[in-house]
Design a binder for this molecule. Structure first.
Ligand SMILES: Cc1cc2nc3c(=O)[nH]c(=O)nc-3n(C[C@H](O)[C@H](O)[C@H](O)COP(=O)(O)O)c2cc1C
Length: 310
């Protein structure tokens, strides 16, 4: 989760038996190396680095491979130009898709694991198909390649459902925004805890920032409602466009509509920033340590399978 997941969260997930993922796709190579090393200090278990193929990633990939990152996760555009390089260096390669045709293409270019991201997901959303039909559609075209389900999975019920649909595992975002190890602003976290399944909205390009055609899902907030009231004008004509509405050490001035994840030290109109969240936010009700979240989800899923087996 770009802007929300750092070494602490990724390492906590890996230490609890998951595969923690560090999103490093916009950082300079020095920071990429530093964050990988920091994560290594916090866990001896495998973790992944996530690279967004909308942007050139060859240099960041080289740093990751040089540092021995065991799993590379690509998403958005076609990863074929970098898959063989990552595999040659011994990494396991994952790619996130939003439909079956892209899943097949990923497998044909050598991807080891396909992540099927449903439309319910928080943050940037690749496709327009919900997880329930997407997972079996992807499973059906990838042969023996494992499929990991993402989007709308926030508890053991979602995990059990994804496994029943043929997934080999689940990829969870929104639920970890309510973890002790995540680095987001407390007001953002409070709004997540209070939100229902009705409170997110899928937008084509409202919270932009130099990444074209990047649909996303966020909590409905004043930025969304004011833009809707104004008749959904295009970029360049939106209410308050270009106004500085917050400030953070890492980012400096934050202008309205910037694709920025509210960090703990941000000050200003936090409510109006991009509050990324998936529809599964309805099941996010308390802040817990990552290890407890993972233990709870596994136990719930196991209990469901035991009940169904009777
Ligand atoms: C705050 C936030 C940031 C995200 N950033 C990224 C990212 O940088 N790279 C990526 O592949 N997916 C990103 N995603 C999408 C997640 O990887 C995942 O597909 C999604 O969270 C799964 O759905 P869920 O939120 O319902 O659990 C992000 C999601 C959130 C909530």
């Amino acid at each position: 989760m770009g802007g929300a997941a750092g070494p602490q969260l990724a390492a906590a997930v890996s230490n609890a038996g998951g595969l923690g993922t560090l999103p490093l796709w916009w950082h300079g190579t020095d920071i990429v190396r530093q964050q990988v090393r920091e994560t290594r200090q916090l866990t001896t278990r495998p973790f992944a680095v996530n690279l967004n193929m909308e942007y050139p990633q060859a240099e960041r990939l080289e740093v990751c491979l040089d540092e021995g990152v065991p799993v590379i996760s690509f998403f958005w555009q076609d990863p074929s130009s970098l898959v063989s390089r990552a595999k040659e260096a011994g990494a396991i390669v994952m790619h996130t898709v939003g439909n079956a045709a892209d899943a097949r293409r990923a497998v044909d270019c050598g991807v080891d694991i396909v992540v099927a991201q449903g439309w319910e997901a928080g943050g940037h959303v690749r496709g327009t198909v919900a997880s329930m039909p997407l997972i079996p559609s992807v499973v059906d075209v990838v042969g023996n390649v494992p499929v990991i389900a993402a989007g709308g999975i926030a508890d053991g019920r979602g995990m059990a459902a994804a496994l029943a649909l043929g997934a080999s595992g689940v990829w969870i975002g929104t639920r970890f925004l309510a973890s002790k190890e995540v680095a987001i602003h407390p007001e953002y976290q409070e709004r997540l805890l209070a939100a229902s399944e009705n409170d997110t909205v899928h937008l084509e390009n409202l919270f932009d920032g130099g990444w074209p055609d990047a649909p996303h899902r966020v909590l409905r907030n004043s930025t969304v409602t004011n833009w809707e009231k104004a008749g959904r004008p295009p970029p360049g004509q939106r209410p308050g466009e270009g106004d500085v509405i917050a400030h953070a050490a890492s980012e400096g001035d934050i202008v309205h509509y910037l694709s920025y994840t509210p960090e703990p030290d941000a000050v200003g109109d936090i409510e109006a920033l991009a509050l990324w969240a998936g529809q599964g936010v309805a099941m996010v009700r308390k802040v817990q340590p990552v290890a407890d979240i993972i233990r709870e989800i596994n136990a719930e899923a196991e209990a469901i399978f035991q009940r169904l087996a009777k």
